[in-house]
Design a protein around this ligand. Structure first.
Ligand code: FAD
Length: 469
């Protein structure tokens, strides 16, 4: 028997239900990755990072005597061609939950079944299937706290053992070559810079988890808000590409809860924010595009503009904002508190539409996740289901004093004014495209927005809109 294992965002061996299903009964397994329209449409950094995940996993498979078959095209056509070439009778994959993937997978499953092929999807990307959590009225949750209360006592099955052997088929079908796809091509910032900060592959993900549990989980609740502390797990990047399973992370955290680690439950709560985001996106598929609260339609947010351009380039003259935007450009990630601050600054002080910011994050984040990104932006903008009220405007100066008192974060990413800047700050100028016209010898920009005036303007617009709504 031959089965196809269609890999998408599940580049791991430990706790991989679809891989276990594909390999059941001693079947020979052909792992496949398909470069389809969805991959083509990814932002620059996520596409580059996905390519790295694929490359890394292809090597890991080769070490086990297996291979990763790469094909470009429409998934159904590719799978049908592979079935014809290999005589495979079954296709397995891990479920995806964003609207485009749901539609694609449904169509593929129906068509393969009609062809008489077994087509099976398994859980693996989430702890809780989005439809398995419902309010008493049978509706999806719209607020995080009751969602958390509904799931926190659930029994979560133990992770599945690592698949140690994948039997090879007697003949391997041809594969395309990853480098021909040039998945890093849109990275103006030069993949080498971001690559220094990325943690690619299952072994590094597991290493990150162990380090976090050893050094940080105890004080997670108090330290997690300080961007220079390095006190969070950094696992979002690996969870995004399935280099570690949420179930493995949950069980590791849960052991620390039982051992009495102070910050452990808080860590699990954060992990469940990711679940909640997917719950929302699954049930409200236009979460990434449209204001969830329709009363926000018609709010006078500005479309893209020169201030937003300065924001993207980390040149607003607001050190916390600029450090964060440069951090994202250079490392492909940004600390959670900083994400909230830059998002608030863009949507409030700069009165710019949250979708302008969402799109930039989509281009720059190596942990880009359509659900968490959309939820995060709508939360800050005030237009989301469980959102911060619009009048909650983060003041980046006060935030800097509170969360970066020693200015370590600022200095890590802002080179101007430092006689001996660290490499992280220099990396920004190494990474930006020449067309931006920025050089390290220019002085740090003046503030582009008056914080008090910007706040008042935003609040006045909010009140005017609310009154006319
Ligand atoms: P830790 O603090 O170690 O948390 C553990 C895990 O819990 C994370 O890896 C993540 O999977 C989950 N988690 C933690 N905080 C959140 C949160 N607020 N929302 C959802 N899940 C969370 N996260 C992404 O993974 N991809 C995105 O594209 C993304 N975009 C965001 C955009 C905005 C505007 C905001 C405010 C937040 C966004 N987040 C996004 C959520 C959050 O900032 C990151 O998940 C977090 O910074 C990742 O760092 P970590 O792995 O060290 O987290």
């Amino acid at each position: 028997d031959v089965t196809l294992l269609w890999l998408r965002r599940d580049f791991r061996f430990y706790d991989h239900p679809a891989m276990v299903a594909a390999a059941a009964n001693g079947a020979a397994v052909i792992p496949v990755f398909i470069y389809d329209d969805q991959v083509a449409a990814l932002g620059a950094a996520p596409k580059w990072r996905l390519g790295e995940a694929v490359d890394h996993f292809a090597d890991a498979l080769a070490e086990k005597g297996s291979r990763l078959i790469l094909r470009k095209g429409d998934p159904l056509e590719v799978l049908r061609a592979l079935i014809a070439q290999t005589g495979a009778r079954a296709v397995h994959w891990s479920r995806a939950y964003d609207p485009a993937s749901v539609a694609r997978d449904k169509a593929v499953k129906a068509a393969l079944k009609e062809d008489g092929i077994t087509a099976e999807s398994q859980a693996g990307h989430l702890l809780f299937e989005p439809w398995s959590v419902q309010t008493g009225k049978g509706e999806p949750y719209k607020v995080y706290s009751p969602y958390w209360r509904a799931v926190k006592g659930r029994d979560i099955a133990a992770p599945l053992k690592t698949v140690s052997e994948l039997r090879a088929p007697s003949n391997w079908p041809d594969s395309e070559t990853l480098s021909d796809w040039q998945m890093g091509d849109a990275m103006n910032r030069g993949a080498e810079v971001v690559a220094k900060y990325a943690h690619i592959g299952e072994a590094r993900a597991q290493g990150r988890l162990s380090t976090f549990l050893r050094d940080h989980i105890e004080h997670y609740k108090t330290e997690r808000d300080f961007p220079a502390s390095g006190a969070t797990s950094g696992l979002s990047e690996n969870l995004t590409y399935g280099e570690i399973s949420p179930r493995a992370v949950w069980h590791a955290g849960w052991r620390h809860v039982q051992e009495g680690a102070a910050g452990a439950e808080h860590f699990l709560k954060e992990l469940v924010w990711r679940e909640f985001a997917w719950h929302l996106l699954y049930h409200f598929p236009d979460l990434a595009e449209a204001n969830w609260r329709k009363e926000w339609n018609g709010f006078p947010w500005r479309p893209d503009n020169n201030d937003a351009k300065a924001w993207r380039r980390g040149m607003t003259g607001e050190p916390f904002v600029d450090a964060a935007m440069r951090e994202m450009y250079v490392t492909g990630t940004m600390h959670n508190r900083a994400r909230m601050i830059v998002a608030s600054y863009l949507t409030k002080h700069l009165m710019t539409d949250w979708r302008v910011g969402r799109r930039w994050f989509e281009d720059c984040l190596i942990d880009w996740d359509p659900a968490s990104n959309a939820m995060g932006w709508q939360w800050v903008a005030g237009s989301g289901p469980d959102a911060a009220p619009y009048f909650r405007v983060f003041n980046p100066e006060t935030q800097l004093k509170k969360f970066d008192k020693t200015k370590d974060y600022r200095d890590k990413f802002i080179l101007e004014g430092q006689s001996n800047p660290p490499q992280t700050a220099r990396d920004f100028f190494d990474a930006i495209p020449r067309s931006w016209g920025l050089t390290p010898d220019q002085s740090y920009p003046a503030q582009i927005a008056d914080l008090k005036g910007g706040r008042e303007c935003a609040l006045a617009a909010y009140h005017a809109h609310r009154d006319t709504d």
